[in-house]
Design a protein around this ligand. Sequence first.
Ligand SMILES: Nc1nc2c(ncn2[C@@H]2O[C@H](COP(=O)(O)OP(=O)(O)OP(=O)(O)O)[C@@H](O)[C@H]2O)c(=O)[nH]1
Ligand SMILES: [Mg+2]
Ligand SMILES: [Zn+2]
Length: 369
Amino acid sequence: MNSLLASYGYTDRIRRLYQSTFENPHPARVARADKNHLLLVTETGMLHVPCPPSESQCGTGDWVQLGTDPEGAAAITGVLERYSLLARKMADERLSGIQVLAANIDIVGIVVPLDRPISHNRLERTLVAAWDSGGQPLVILTKADLSNGHDDVVSQVMDQTPGVDVVTTAAETGDGLGELMLRIGPGQTVVLLGPSGAGKSTLINALAGEEVQDTGSVRAADGRGRHTTTSRELIPLPHGAVLMDTPGVRGFALWTSDTGMESVFGDIEALFAECRFGDCNHGPEPDCAVQAALADGRLQERRWQSYLKLQRELEHLRRKHDREARRRYGREWSKVTKAQKAGNKVEARARIRARTNDAVNAPRQRYMD
Ligand SMILES: Nc1nc2c(ncn2[C@@H]2O[C@H](COP(=O)(O)OP(=O)(O)OP(=O)(O)O)[C@@H](O)[C@H]2O)c(=O)[nH]1
Ligand SMILES: [Mg+2]
Ligand SMILES: [Zn+2]
């Protein structure tokens, strides 16, 4: 097997996938996506090719077929079906569609820096996306050397992420790196997601044993980084795993999610079955299991709000992409208008109140905090 491609995750499984997909495989992997071109790893070396017309077609981590365009220049002529995909909605609302953030990843490393207060909402949101991607989430706490008494935080995070391993690291001192590597096998691809300044690139350098990625200073005032890493890039590690560095993502809107929400908020969704009314809005209705759990502390208000916010976002996206849902929404509003016209204020108000659980409150921009 070619050693350059192998160092970028070309395993027997990928080889078989190529063989069953293409007559002339000519395998290559997208190692980096820049503005106008993609950097490919091929059997014989690295190569730049122009980006395909749509960003949803191809992105970092994709396995592609290398061919030529009509003029005879090297070009991507096919893309292998992805076994996992992290995508995000285009930050620019005018452009519809998705942007490939990371394709064919085995592990989604959710990087949470310990040098600042943890954003639980961000953690939950990233976890939902990670489960949806088809990869296995792994929480990587970084900068442990900058935080004293982080045991509390570690147990909080573990409580919040059942079924997900949590590793604590300090790239500066090397602590936890061995433990991290135990969870990453040769040939596996790991994407690192986390805010700017979280230490993603520093971690990659420490694991690679050399300075392969630039790292940046963190503004002391607010602990935020400066977006040192600007593109998504695959970095082969000495023992055969591949890491993908990413820029700290700000606007990480979800795009589809069922399994993800269930994995992260399954306990909340289980409560719904215990409400007295099947169509309970979990507000002032009698015998609402959610309100009961909030009252006795089994469910944190913060988590409930986070769940509602993500649901609103998902509903907003579904409506946008699903014409049928849009029609249903339109019909619902026409009932409100009719009820108002008929002077049935109570019914109109009830319908409007039901709506506040979705689009009416959907924030225009859904940035993570
Ligand atoms: N003390 C300490 N500092 C760290 C550690 N990891 C990273 N840093 C520092 O944190 C700063 C930001 O690290 P980066 O690795 O550039 O962060 P990043 O997540 O790649 O940030 P972006 O590329 O902007 O998304 C650098 O000054 C690092 O030296 C750590 O474990 N301990
Ligand atoms: Mg970086
Ligand atoms: Zn209820």
